[in-house]
Design a protein around this ligand. Structure first.
Ligand SMILES: Nc1ncnc2c1ncn2[C@@H]1O[C@H](COP(=O)(O)OP(=O)(O)OP(=O)(O)O)[C@@H](O)[C@H]1O
Length: 282
């Protein structure tokens, strides 16, 4: 559905070097700190910047060859963009109708009603959550096959985030669709993503299915002598701590069964990120 093949982009103090895939029917998450390269990746996929090397392929085509019709098959929600604050929802309706052949006006209006987005209030008077919901409603109302959501949970309260996830789940009910969603907050993504890529300083640190990350990853807390004796076959990284070492594993059960005396915590995505970034990889 969407593939980044060796995509490189160099800025003064930064280099993106990205290979990743968003398969059809998948919600794929891109997690990384501020400045990790998430927006640069999105811009490359949307043809807003030209990579120095590599290609982005989407819907079976190089994105550089995308036509206006191809672009209609994409929905986009970017954190720092949106509709002009001086417009009302009723003003943007004809714009959306003329931009997208497949704009589903009824669905869009229904979403506005469900998420309490008034049609005749200026958008600049909307709250952050309302603006974001409006962006999402517009992005999912023209039959797009791929949805890009860059930092779209930023600034949303728990309710608004939950409503946003509902819209995305509903969007994914139609077969053949995919979403690429980014955030610097892992808990925002773990409830919706099938698959997670962790990005740091422009490179992918780890790619894993969300279920596997949550069910099978773990953090071992061991003393120095326990560490020496440990079978490291399923240890991905270790980090020196006051008490000895913390070790990241992708086979928690193996260590639970074979080392009953060792303290093993369930994997949290943030722990995995910290270990992959700050720990020493095996
Ligand atoms: N047009 C540009 N010119 C120079 N440097 C840039 C440009 N765009 C991005 N960068 C740099 O590239 C790096 C990655 O930025 P990017 O916006 O992709 O990160 P991000 O992961 O989206 O971060 P955030 O969560 O803060 O949005 C940063 O160091 C940024 O300063």
């Amino acid at each position: 559905m969407l593939k980044f093949e060796g995509v490189k982009k160099h800025y003064k103090d930064f280099e993106l070097n990205l290979t990743m895939e968003v398969p059809e029917g998948y919600v794929t998450g891109l997690i990384g700190a501020n400045g990790a390269g998430k927006s640069t990746a999105f811009k490359a996929a949307l043809g807003l910047i030209r990579p120095d090397a590599g290609v982005v392929k989407m819907l079976g085509k190089n994105v550089e060859d995308f036509t206006v019709q191809d672009k209609e098959r994409i929905g986009v929600v970017l954190a720092d963009s949106g509709f002009s604050g001086y417009l009302r929802v009723k003003d943007i309706l004809p714009m959306l109708e003329s931009m997208y052949h497949k704009f589903q006006k009824e669905d869009f209006l229904e979403m506005c009603k469900k998420y309490q987005l008034p049609l005749d209030k200026k958008i600049k008077e909307f709250s952050t959550g309302m603006k974001r919901k409006l962006q999402i409603a517009a992005a999912v109302s023209h039959g797009a096959d791929v949805l890009f959501m860059d930092e779209s949970t930023a600034g949303l309260d728990v309710m608004a985030r939950d409503e946003m996830l509902d819209i995305l789940r509903e969007y994914m009910e139609t077969p053949g669709r995919s979403i690429l969603i980014s955030s610097h907050i892992s808990t925002d993504l773990e409830g919706i993503c099938d698959d997670i890529y962790m990005i740091d300083e422009g490179k992918i640190l780890l790619h894993e299915e969300t279920d596997k990350l949550l069910d099978q990853y773990g953090l071992l807390k061991v003393k120095a002598d326990q560490y020496e004796a440990l079978d490291k076959a399923y240890i991905l990284a270790h980090k020196k701590e006051e008490y000895g070492y913390s070790c990241l594993t992708n086979e928690r059960q193996y260590y639970q069964e074979n080392y009953p005396d060792i303290t093993i915590e369930k994997g949290k995505i943030d722990d995995v990120i910290i270990m992959m970034k700050r720990g020493q990889q095996e």
